[in-house]
Write a protein that binds this ligand. Sequence first.
Ligand SMILES: [Zn+2]
Length: 172
Amino acid sequence: MAVIQYGEKEITYKIQKKKIKNLYIQIQNGEVIVKVPYRMKDNTIQEFVQKKAKWIAENLKKEKQKPQEEITPQKIENLKNTIQMATQKYTNQLKVYPNKIRIKNIKYAWGSCSSNRNITINAKLANKSKEAIEYVVLHELCHLKEMNHSKKFWDLVEGCMSDYKVYRKELR
Ligand SMILES: [Zn+2]
């Protein structure tokens, strides 16, 4: 994550190196992603982002005002697939196995984990990024080992997904 200053505001952005010729900025779920060619220098990137600061700030604001996006059957299908893949990946790493995973509309959380090892994932995640969904699955699976939010719990999460904080931000 990198930061630029825009007036009183700080804008954080994520850099993704890609096999592309020109850099471009994407705003996705309140996150600023700057896609850059592999060899571009950090200060060149920063200069570019700084020049676009006004545009970024305006678009971030616009996105916040957008009404809740609709959840389509296709999005639910994608959500199911992502959950399945993430479950496979992280149960292997953590050696923990949930009883059942279901998708439901829940009100106050993105996911939950019960003492009988059932995991519920919020259907509204269908509108979030793949990484954010993976993070929620991982979070709930870690609760099968640690039923709290202790340091041990967060170490477990971080051990499987070193940049989880980026995706957790998307879910605020
Ligand atoms: Zn939790």
